[in-house]
Design a protein around this ligand. Structure first.
Ligand code: MV4
Length: 505
């Protein structure tokens, strides 16, 4: 096992990984930006190295500074967490070239799954169903028109380099296709530096169900079942559950087998997630994309299977076999996770930076809090506003919901506005309790909501700073009827950022 590992991340996931290090007797090294000198993840680690100024591009995305930090403390490996550089194949290559171990899959596997058209070809090779559509880029309007007619409207144009819904456009008729095609290419070029788009038939009211897989360097590939992530806002997951409320063991087995086949096809190693769209009516599922990292929502899988995914990541990266086989995997009870954001649900989920002046985190039976903040923590405008995750476990989904309501009521945060009041409403919502989850849930929920909490008093300067920052980072993405939404504006930065500089050297 490793002696010392550097964690190339911040916030709750850095703390989660440091906890894994402690249990395995690994010395942990945090990195931090000048804005994060006093943050929880720095205090939690054995050592910490400043890698640059507040701006992510100069700190948490600064490949050279991060590798120099790892070398300077004699770390043997780097754990990237999620976001930032976690899915940046060039970072993985640079880590390896510096003689260090990248805790994640090979750069080649990341490249294969990083392009959505390439990932779709992998799925076809693995014999896994994909959403009907093209597996190559569409280069002309004429081709787009023919293809759309072949598959039938509505269709979706998606950026080949995209992911998580970024650069996605719904096209309902041939009238819209020309302008949508040109705009989709332009958006893709602006967001990813690559104009390539492809086409998929639109699946109506799908559910988002993903399978956790794990592979070691000894040829073992297993799955840990599904997570249901259909409750999303602007393509950001809001609530995740394990198992899906559908809870169909046969479906789990079929999706699990499909996910394992994809892992085998790309010689995958470590933790990975295969995303599927599931048609509620036909129970048919289609491969959507693969995430080649530990996910935000991994705790619900840990709570229900009992396995420690970070611990397994360390084992696999150190060349050891997985500590369990497929036959050892059992799913017990039900887990639900809420992502707690420093955002104002009464004001269109606008970021709410500031100082936490009071914090009480819930505990007790079946409650797990993965937090990156403490009392008096500064929630800055520089980074993703997710401050913590609340995950609950119960023997049944109903018991988990009862615990969720209780834990949400215990949870108290003052000084900043959070999404806690929003979750207190969702946890009491009839459709949520009934498990009627599809991608239209949030829209229907908002219609049903009768009253919204009045906004608390805000610090004017902090609000203005947040407004400026928000407008700067807001990447307009066009979906349905020209509506502008932002999505994944923090998450996507690392796939491309820092590369130009690294490639030059
Ligand atoms: C789709 C889709 C319908 N048809 N693709 C892709 C990534 C993402 N976060 C949303 N994505 C979708 N891709 C086809 N061919 C519908 C969505 C979608 C969605 C999917 C899961 C959960 C929530 C969603 C909200 C809007 C759209």
């Amino acid at each position: 096992m490793f002696r010392k590992v550097l964690i190339a991340n911040r916030g709750e996931i850095a703390v989660r990984i440091i906890r894994g290090c402690r249990e395995l007797g690994i010395k942990s090294v945090a990195i931090y930006s000048e804005a994060d000198a006093e943050s929880v993840h720095v205090r939690a680690a054995d050592e910490a190295v400043c890698v640059g100024p507040a701006s992510s591009s100069q700190s948490y995305l600064n490949i050279e500074a991060i590798i120099a930090a790892a070398t300077s403390v004699n770390a043997e490996a780097i754990h990237p967490g999620y976001g930032f550089l976690a899915e940046n194949a060039d970072f993985a290559r640079a880590v390896t070239a510096a003689g260090l171990t990248f805790i994640g899959p090979s750069a080649d596997a990341m490249d294969l799954m990083g392009s959505k058209t390439s990932a779709r070809r992998v799925a076809v090779e693995a014999g896994v169903p994909i959403v009907p559509g093209t597996v190559e880029e569409i280069t002309s309007f004429e081709e787009a028109r023919k293809t759309a007619e072949k598959f039938g409207y509505p269709v979706m144009l998606k950026a080949a380099a995209g992911g998580g819904g970024k650069g996605m456009r719904l096209v309902t008729s041939s009238d819209e296709l020309n302008s949508s095609f040109t705009a989709a290419q332009a958006e893709a070029a602006a967001a990813f530096g690559e104009a390539a788009v492809y086409l998929e038939k639109a699946v109506e009211r799908p559910r988002h169900i993903e399978i956790q897989i794990f592979a070691d360097t000894h040829g073992n590939v297993v799955h840990l079942g599904e997570r249901e992530c259909s409750i999303q806002r602007r393509h950001q997951k809001v609530i995740e559950e394990c198992p899906s409320p559908i809870d169909d063991p046969d479906l789990r087995q079929r999706m699990g087998d499909a996910a394992v086949k994809i892992g085998q096809t790309v010689n995958y190693t470590g933790a990975g997630t295969i995303e599927f769209l599931l048609s509620d009516t036909t129970r048919e599922f289609y491969f959507l994309e693969m995430n080649t990292r530990l996910q935000v929502e991994h705790p619900v899988t840990e709570l229900v299977t009992g396995f420690d995914l970070v611990r397994e990541q360390f084992r696999v990266a150190a060349g050891e076999p997985l500590s369990f086989t497929q036959d050892d995997v059992r799913w017990v009870g039900h887990a639900i996770e809420c992502r707690i954001y420093a955002e104002d649900p009464a004001n269109n989920f606008f970021p709410s930076p500031g100082t936490i002046t009071y914090l009480r985190e819930p505990s007790g039976p079946g409650v797990r809090v993965d937090s990156g903040v403490a009392n008096l923590s500064e929630v800055s405008i520089h980074y993703d506003p997710m401050i913590a995750k609340l995950a609950v476990w119960g023997r049944t989904r109903d018991e988990a919901i009862e615990r969720l309501r209780r834990a949400l009521d215990e949870y108290q945060v003052a000084g900043i506005t959070t999404t806690l009041p929003f979750f207190r409403e969702v946890a009491r919502d009839e459709e949520f309790v009934a498990g009627k989850l599809d991608t239209g849930f949030i829209a229907r929920f908002n219609e049903r909501r009768v009253e919204v909490e009045p906004p608390p008093e805000q610090n004017d300067l902090a609000m203005i700073a947040a407004a400026l920052h928000y407008s700067r980072y807001e990447q307009p993405v066009f979906v349905q009827g020209g509506a502008q939404v932002s999505d994944g504006r923090w998450k996507m930065a690392g796939r491309t950022a820092g590369l130009r500089r690294w490639r030059k050297s």
